[in-house]
Design a protein around this ligand. Structure first.
Ligand SMILES: Nc1nc2c(ncn2[C@@H]2O[C@H](COP(=O)(O)OP(=O)(O)OP(=O)(O)O)[C@@H](O)[C@H]2O)c(=O)[nH]1
Ligand SMILES: [Mg+2]
Length: 623
């Protein structure tokens, strides 16, 4: 006997889109105009992107739940659980998991850019969950908006993704989240954000479930607090769950008993303690022993588990090692391998798609994740917390399929460039085994779609930027596994390696900069084995950047001052990781990002080279 109860005063909705199409800004506008918050809570930047890295990069990293009580003009109040999701491709798995807690979603599409790779990915997930998206053509204030075309492209995308007739009949709104309004027509400016609220009430089905049936709840995402540890977040699909209730967890780690120390509901930007929650609610559960993603929380007397969830497998892996450069410990507080290991273990508490493995070397760990940004953000967070470490070249995770064939991840790559630069892009992508799948022209801009092995993507962005004088707009999304196609080309240029420790001098930099691009500026400290620049030829060279010019007379000193140094290249963590080769590390400390050879001494590197050549010869003879 099931009795579905409709929670008419409750809606659960997610906001999805390609990166930067304006999700967080729209959620912010909804919050500000809901009348739920005091003005002092609403000042400043985006309220939602609350962690410092999110603010700095202007992107959402973690999906976030907020709840708004909306009071309609007729006085009826509705609680809206809104889930803001990240748009960057590395966090697609998280989007998929949180999306399944919602009964509806807003699909935002930039009114000028139109559907982009991640739009396709998130829409396909929403459709396969049976959701009927509400399409919002957003940033309609843009002067280069083309809402009619974009709407057509969205419609085509729905068709391509095999949406059913009901889904194809999607509602459409036009909005400027930034300016805080929405409207039903592309050419009519709205007064406020109310049309979005009205669409939620009218088009998203009320949360439903059988509150009198057995408890049905699955953990969809995790949060972590220093005080209470891991927190499991999920939606109650059936029954009720109360604070202090005895439950059983069923999941990948088998069955185990437990007790819910605290049930929490979402309210505003935070969570509030609740006595009980019931079917339809999105809850946070505190105190569950070793709770994991995909765990079902069931009533021990009447267990009704849900299928467990697949976690997206890592696609990129790298080595995290202790920093053993001569500068170790100069500015970091946490430098030992034990500290690094403990920190990584703590990260595993809530960073679902992360994998950390021990290696045979006690000073290093293998860390795998969903992409360069996913791991780059972890490294960036650690350096801000005072950690020092060295990180090895990122490598794509290959795997064997059931027939033993080696498979590699393949991505869908979209590049928008001025037509004049198209040739350069095609050549670079072609070299890396990318194949062109689609091409359109829009007012002087070429829109190119490729399929490319993920290996070929490492280092591609920097090169595309150089080849197009910074004009290329590049996006990619994981597309699936295909039989491995072979090595991607590595870096074509060699590097300049410092031969001794000291401070770089203007005199030496000036001399060296004709042979390539320098990574250090005047008075920067260097050490033997550190990479101080890129050589304009293929081979690595050992250089002296520290020697000062002999001061013979006045004239030369004044000429010194006039020497113009080109600015040094100071890469971000992610740029440095894209740059390095297998015999190099990125050294990361709270104040510096340096690139170095794994072997600091030239003699050591030569010996290793010779051994490699010998091994290759023996192999060749054996064939
Ligand atoms: N012109 C215009 N710009 C907007 C609008 N909404 C957002 N933006 C800008 O677009 C950029 C991205 O906005 P966000 O709200 O952070 O986008 P997002 O979809 O949350 O991005 P991710 O979470 O990183 O995927 C910011 O620079 C905003 O100021 C809008 O309605 N009009
Ligand atoms: Mg965002």
């Amino acid at each position: 006997m099931t009795a579905m109860t409709q929670r008419t005063a409750l809606r659960n909705i997610a906001i999805i889109a390609h990166v930067d199409h304006g999700k967080t800004t729209l959620v912010d506008a909804l919050l500000r105009q809901s009348g739920n918050f005091r003005d002092t809570q609403l000042t400043g930047d985006l309220i939602m992107d609350s962690n410092p890295l999110e603010r700095e990069r202007g992107i959402t990293i973690l999906a976030k739940n907020i709840a708004i009580t909306y009071r309609a003009q007729d006085g009826v109040e509705t609680k809206i659980n809104l889930i803001d999701t990240p748009g960057h491709a590395d966090f697609g798995g998280e989007v998929e998991r949180v999306l399944s807690m919602a009964d509806g979603c807003f699909l935002l599409v930039d009114s000028a850019e139109g559907p982009m790779p991640q739009t396709r990915f998130v829409l396909s997930k929403a459709l396969s969950l049976g959701l009927k998206p509400i399409v919002v053509i957003n940033k309609i204030d843009r002067v280069d908006r083309r809402p009619d075309e974009v709407l057509n492209e969205v419609f085509d995308l729905f068709v391509e993704l095999e949406a059913d007739d009901d889904q194809l009949d999607f509602p459409v709104l036009y909005a400027s989240g930034r300016d805080g309004w929405a409207s039903h027509a592309a050419d009519v400016k709205g007064a406020d954000i109310r049309p979005i609220f009205e669409a939620i009430i009218a088009k998203v089905p009320p949360a439903a479930g059988d509150a009198s049936g057995p408890l049905r709840l699955r953990i969809q995402t995790l949060a972590y607090s220093e005080y209470v540890g891991r927190i499991g977040i999920g939606r109650v699909w059936g029954g009720r769950i109360a604070t202090n209730q005895q439950i059983k967890l069923i999941g990948r780690s088998g069955e185990r008993p437990g007790k819910v120390q605290q049930v929490q509901l979402f309210e505003g930007f935070g969570r509030v303690d609740a006595v009980e929650a019931q079917a339809g609610d999105i809850v946070a559960l505190v105190g569950l022993p070793n709770v994991e993603i995909g765990d079902s929380i069931v009533d021990p007397k009447n267990p009704s588990p849900m299928p467990t969830l697949d976690i997206e497998p890592p696609t990129l892996t790298m080595t995290f090692r202790v920093n053993d450069s001569p500068f170790v410990g100069r500015d970091g507080d946490h430098v030992t391998s034990r500290k690094i290991r403990d920190r990584l273990m703590r990260e595993l508490e809530s960073n679902v798609a992360l994998k950390v493995e021990e290696t045979t070397d006690t000073d290093s760990m293998r860390v795998s994740g969903r992409g360069l940004m996913h791991l780059g953000i972890l490294i960036e967070t650690m350096r801000r917390e005072g950690y020092e470490l060295s990180v090895g070249k990122p490598e794509v995770v290959l795997r064997k399929n059931e027939n033993g064939v080696l498979m590699e991840p393949v991505e869908r790559l979209v590049v928008d460039v001025p037509e004049a630069n198209m040739g350069a892009v095609m050549e670079l992508v072609g070299l890396r085994r990318g194949t062109l799948e689609k091409m359109d022209q829009r007012s002087g801009v070429s829109h190119l779609q490729f399929s490319i092995p993920a290996r070929g993507l490492i280092g591609l962005r920097t090169r595309l930027m150089t080849a197009t004088a910074g004009e290329a707009v590049v996006h990619h999304t994981f597309d699936g596994y295909q039989p491995a196609k072979g090595e991607a080309p590595g870096r074509t240029a060699g590097v300049m390696i410092a031969n001794m420790s000291g401070r770089a001098t203007t005199y030496k930099i000036n001399e060296l900069q004709v042979r390539g691009t320098m990574f250090v500026g005047n008075t920067d400290e260097v050490y033997e084995g550190m990479i101080v620049g890129e050589h304009c030829r293929e081979n690595d060279i050992v250089v002296n950047v520290t020697e000062a010019k002999q001061l013979t007379n006045f004239r030369t000193t004044s000429k010194d001052a006039a020497e113009v140094l080109r600015p040094a290249w100071k890469p971000t963590v992610e740029q440095a990781l894209e740059y390095i080769e297998a015999d190099e590390y990125v050294e990361v400390t709270p104040t510096a990002i340096r690139i170095r050879k794994t072997m600091l001494k030239e003699a050591e590197r030569k010996r290793a080279d010779r051994t490699k050549v010998k091994a290759a010869k023996i192999e060749a003879m054996a064939v």
